[in-house]
Write a protein that binds this ligand. Structure first.
Ligand SMILES: NC(=O)c1ccc[n+]([C@@H]2O[C@H](COP(=O)([O-])OP(=O)(O)OC[C@H]3O[C@@H](n4cnc5c(N)ncnc54)[C@H](O)[C@@H]3O)[C@@H](O)[C@H]2O)c1
Length: 238
């Protein structure tokens, strides 16, 4: 498969390594220094683009790639307020897009565990729920896209919770997400339920970026000959 990498930073480089190991060709690498190379001509022979750039650039990159009818996988976080517009294009036009706030298989199992635990905890409102996430100091967005997906899983399953907020939240109907930025941490997430008697906690810690990058390459292989909007639910059939 001929892959273009859009956003050739920490993730882009890891994706390249894994794509080459899986027998693919990386025919184009785009970062902030050569964005003018995103053109119809350069992308005409590309099978799939994998976009891991920055919160401020992802949406316009994705729109251009869809204009050129290039099936696109993106994991860039911090822009998902515009995700609905991309989904609409996938419904109305014959374009292909795969999005995951987290491509790690372990994290996607953790998302399911979070929803299951929330369903159980819904009967025990004396437990106060909180999300904590820790990432490396270069991360541009906070809270992480993964923490927002975890919060959405709680909101869907806890009757009393209607929204999430950054840091401390006094309001009964919102979930606080605390973000920490430390060293080179690839990504840690905790869901904490606390009562005056005890604490229940589930936690996922990524050991490296490899799990995210492998998921993105598997997603690229999955969408190559498909049309529409896809997520990890379709890839993992969970
Ligand atoms: N979904 C996941 O599983 C997952 C996992 C890790 C990181 N991420 C997200 O992926 C994104 C990238 O992470 P990273 O750690 O590789 O960041 P990074 O800062 O190391 O790399 C970003 C790259 O994007 C490039 N870039 C900037 N503007 C651009 C533009 N307009 N067009 C193309 N490229 C541009 C930069 O030159 C840089 O090479 C972040 O949003 C991060 O949160 C997602």
């Amino acid at each position: 498969m001929k892959i273009a990498i859009v956003g050739y930073g920490k993730m882009g480089k890891e994706i390249e390594r894994i794509a080459l190991n899986r027998g693919h060709q990386v025919v184009l690498k785009i970062d902030e220094n050569n964005i003018n190379e995103i053109s119809l001509d350069n992308f005409k022979d590309v099978d799939v683009a994998i976009e891991f750039s920055a919160p401020q650039s992802a949406f316009s990159n994705i729109m251009m790639l869809l204009d050129y009818k290039v099936p696109t996988v993106s994991g860039t976080t911090g822009w998902i307020d515009k995700l609905e517009l991309v989904k609409e294009r996938c419904e109305k036009e014959s374009v292909t897009f795969f999005y995951a706030s987290n491509f790690s298989i372990g994290v996607n199992l953790f998302f399911k565990l979070n929803e299951h635990l929330a369903k159980m905890m819904d009967q025990y409102p004396n437990y106060h729920v909180l999300i904590e996430e820790t990432h490396h100091t270069q991360k541009l967005d906070a809270p992480s896209g993964t923490a927002i997906t975890l919060a959405d899983g709680l909101i869907e399953n806890l009757e009393s919770k209607k929204k999430w907020e950054k840091e401390n939240s006094d309001s009964q109907d919102s979930i606080a997400i605390k973000s920490y930025r430390e060293g080179k941490v690839p990504g840690n997430h905790k869901i904490i339920y606390e009562s005056s008697f005890d604490k229940i906690m589930i936690e996922h810690n990524a050991k490296s970026r490899e799990g995210f990058a492998l998921g993105a390459v598997l997603a690229a292989e999955f969408i190559k000959d498909k049309n529409g909007y896809f997520t990890m639910d379709e890839l993992l059939k969970v």
